[in-house]
Ligand binder design. Structure first.
Ligand SMILES: *Cc1c(COP(=O)(O)O)cnc(C)c1O
Length: 426
């Protein structure tokens, strides 16, 4: 097998440390030659329909010519300049456009390079918001079971402590308050009581609106978000929405918060922000949060500035991606993909080991009672000409919005063919 691998793969395989992977026992990764549309072309010539849009980012498909042109143009002008003391058009245009697209007065955009870092910045903003206002003791966060906010040290503390990938670090990291989402009157009362007990210690509530992604593609009603806004207001706590996964159309509205008709005090964006071409993220604050930093006192400033923040290439890609959103086909495409996933995955409900099939926007999920065998399923899907990589108990699809009907049918057909043989006892 390895002799058929390309030379670059053989040369590097002993040196690359792979993500989320017990490398001793895992199957080797699939060498990729190139991508286009909703397809990944492997080095061995096979072509896979990508069911994941590369960890949920390539919403317009790969190699979109409008985004590629914008990046090429910016590459000739200025690939990067430091953002301290210098300004450039791609970032300033993007900040103004994001502020205009986001509801309410979420108008103050702080750029970074990755999702986890933007969550860390949102947490730092929330902590300093209270310090700047002279309120002591607001040192903790309230987050939710099933939540995922990143892999860096501070974001690990606000992930689900048991289900998440970070349970090894219990006791090492600061202890946050982890609660159940307020999904019914009982859990609402329970959360209200938790907040009443801890309000003086909590800087912010942190939640992924509508869909908890990496924690298991768990959906909740928009009413939950209205409850959280009301509870945050009642206890005078900031509310942070992590829309890194849900932002940019994935759930059917441009931002998940629109489904609830309320706004958080800070929102984080990344993943599909550049249409999946370059790393970029943002923590975007409301006027109230920003004003707590606006002062004659230099000590009240936000002392943060990642070296590559607001990278011009990434901002150019994001502006081009927003152009594509403005053209407006995405909404009908998400509805079409949603129907295709719902119809195509429904038969999986009857299969052995399956406990739920659910679809929201361009997210389709088949949940098993037990964790599945990720490696075996990846290989079985690849044999069907499809790229799918399950997480825990869920086998899910988050394709590009523009995926053709034929590829979508091939994708859901592969779910039916592969999952009929069960989750292969992960
Ligand atoms: C992916 C993700 C993150 C982390 O983003 P990275 O770019 O991987 O650091 C944080 N929050 C949510 C909701 C995510 O889906």
């Amino acid at each position: 097998m390895s002799s058929s691998q390309p030379a670059w793969f053989q040369a590097g395989a002993g040196h690359v440390w792979r993500p989320y992977c017990q490398m001793k026992t895992a199957r080797p990764p699939l060498p990729v030659a190139r991508t286009y549309g909703s397809r990944i072309v492997l080095e061995d010539g096979r072509e896979l329909v990508d069911g994941l849009a590369s960890w949920w980012i390539a919403c317009h498909g790969y190699n979109h010519p409008h985004i590629a042109d914008a990046v090429r143009h910016q590459l000739d002008l200025a690939p990067h300049v430091m953002f301290g003391g210098l300004a450039h058009e791609p970032a300033y245009r993007l900040a103004a456009r994001l502020a205009a697209l986001l509801p309410g007065d979420l108008d103050h955009v702080f750029f970074a390079e990755s999702g986890s870092v933007s969550v860390e910045i949102a947490m730092k903003m929330a902590l300093q918001f209270w310090i700047n206002r002279g309120v002591a003791g607001r040192t903790r966060f309230l987050a939710f079971s099933g939540g995922y906010h990143g892999d860096t040290l501070a974001t690990m503390t606000v992930c689900d402590p048991e289900e998440g990938m970070h349970s090894l670090f219990a006791g090492v990291l600061p202890d946050q308050v982890i609660a159940g989402l307020p999904v019914d009157p009982r859990s609402e009362a329970a959360l209200d009581a938790v907040l009443a007990t801890h309000a003086g210690q909590i800087a912010a509530i942190l939640v992924e609106p509508l869909v908890q992604g990496a924690g298991g593609m768990l959906f909740h009603e928009s009413e939950v978000l209205r409850q959280l806004r009301a509870l945050a207001d009642r206890h005078d706590i900031l509310l942070i929405f992590d829309e890194i996964f849900t932002g940019f159309g994935r759930t059917g509205t441009l931002f998940a918060m629109e489904a609830a008709g309320i706004e958080p005090d800070i929102v984080t964006l990344s993943k599909a922000l550049t249409g999946g071409t370059l790393p970029l993220s943002a923590a975007i604050a409301s006027r109230r949060v920003f004003e707590a930093f606006w002062s004659d006192d230099p000590g009240a400033a936000l002392m943060h500035g990642p070296t590559y923040m607001a990278n011009p290439l990434a901002c150019a890609a994001a502006n081009a991606s927003l152009d594509l959103f403005e053209r407006g086909d995405w909404s009908a495409d998400v509805a079409r993909v949603s129907t295709g996933l719902a119809d195509g995955l429904e038969p999986c409900r009857q299969m052995a080991g399956v406990v739920d099939v659910r679809v929201l926007g361009a997210i389709g999920v088949v949940e098993f009672a037990q964790a599945v065998d990720v490696g075996a399923l990846c290989a079985a899907f690849a044999d069907q000409g499809v790229w799918i990589r399950p997480m825990g108990k869920v086998v899910y699809a988050t394709p590009a919005f523009m995926i053709g009907d034929d590829d979508l049918a091939r994708l859901t057909g592969a779910f039916r063919a592969v999952l009929a043989q069960g989750g292969r006892d992960g």
